[in-house]
Design a binder for this molecule. Structure first.
Ligand code: FA5
Length: 352
């Protein structure tokens, strides 16, 4: 049975409710208080519902008082909740379970992959020498990867690059994963006129067994320079300046004869082995006892390619080079097995 609503009843209810609120000491008690007072069948809600039994004047008076009380009690509940929270925090601090003087936990910062760092250094060195950076497709046509580099279908030089063929196209239109970045020599010459001075970074793929210096996926940077009067001396000077910029003056570089169908003459650039670091050791897995690590192939652009690009082969000459970024990263950081780079082992990667 609910008491008849009256101003006295409102005051009485307020006294009781405030006392009960003051006695509620945790979140659960606050929730019980809210249900008992302001909830659907709470005391104040019932009082408001029974206002209809009063005459108009009394209803207005008691109604106003009850609504004011409702707002006041809601505010009092929030204030009590805040008070309890502050008290709990103070107790925690006092008990020492929360040390607000502790320094924040630092977030571990990510870093660029060592091969990416090396690639950026290589490109920066060539940018300083006036090269533009351009990129080409990883899925390439036989035409650009082989044919137009003077490696026709029956040419034994195809054996130098074990190829991942894609099951589409035939002959020169057959698709493959490029085995080197050299196809961009052709693509670029087709679309531009000399003078040309470009560096072409990119991933290359070879279907071959892996070992300490061979991966099936690796990155290369191709160089192509075509202009009037470009000579072997320019090639040598550019590569020596590059080796000095990346490895410092103390690492020795060596150029020796090599063969690539798209250059004439062809050379290979090697850097002395950082593992042996002196007289070569016969059991060294990195240089295989030779004392040298090959980092790139290079040479003078074959005159036939200059002519096929539509340039005057009497007037223009050029040089090209293709280097392995992982090999260079190995030399820079003294990594003795190329397979570490892509093994996704954070213990290895965090060292750089
Ligand atoms: C080429 O790929 C030629 N396109 C390079 C070239 C360009 C010659 C322009 C002349 C003119 P080669 O197969 O030697 O050549 O590879 C070039 C470099 O890529 C090597 O010196 C080596 O540093 C790197 N390389 C080759 N195969 C691998 C491999 N499996 N894993 C890691 N690095 C490799």
């Amino acid at each position: 049975m609910v008491a008849t609503p009256s101003p006295q009843r409102v005051s009485e209810l307020e006294r009781e409710a405030r006392a009960a609120l003051a006695a509620s000491a945790d979140e659960a008690a606050l929730e019980r208080w809210r249900t008992a007072t302001l909830g659907r069948s709470g005391t104040l809600t019932q009082l408001l519902r029974s206002l209809g039994t009063l005459d108009a004047t009394a209803r207005r008076e008691v109604g106003a008082a009850a609504n004011t009380l409702k707002n006041a009690l809601e505010a009092a509940l929030e204030a009590r909740r805040e008070q309890l929270r502050a008290a709990a925090l103070a107790a925690d601090v006092h008990a020492g379970t929360l040390d607000v003087t502790l320094p924040g936990r630092p977030r571990r910062r990510g870093a660029l992959h060592p091969v990416t760092q090396t690639l950026r250094e290589i490109l920066a060195a060539f940018t300083r020498m006036g090269f533009d950076t351009v990129e080409g497709p990883e899925v390439e046509l036989d035409e650009y990867n082989f044919e137009r580099l003077r490696i026709p279908a029956d040419h034994p030089a195809r054996d130098m690059w074990d190829t991942f063929w894609l099951d589409e196209g035939e002959g020169a239109a057959r698709l493959l994963l490029r085995t080197h970045t050299s196809p961009m020599q052709i693509r670029y010459m087709d679309a531009h006129q000399p003078p040309i001075r470009i560096a072409v970074p990119g991933r290359c793929y070879r279907y071959e067994a892996t070992d300490a210096t061979h991966e099936w996926m690796m990155q290369q940077v191709e160089l192509l320079v075509v202009d009037e009067g470009v000579s072997m001396a320019d090639l040598k000077g550019t590569l020596q300046e590059f080796a000095r910029a990346l490895f410092g003056p103390e690492r020795r570089v060596m150029m020796r004869n090599s063969y690539f169908p798209f250059v004439e003459p062809g050379v290979e650039l090697a850097v002395d082995c950082f593992v042996c670091d002196g007289p070569p050791r016969p059991d060294c897995s990195v240089c295989r006892g030779s004392g040298w690590i090959e980092i790139m192939g290079a040479g003078m652009v074959h005159p036939e390619m200059i002519a096929r690009a539509g340039y005057d082969a009497q007037r223009y000459t050029g040089f090209a080079a293709g280097m392995g970024v992982e090999r260079i990263a190995m030399l820079k950081y003294g990594v003795d097995d190329i397979r570490h780079f892509y093994a996704n082992d954070l213990r290895f990667l965090r060292q750089f």
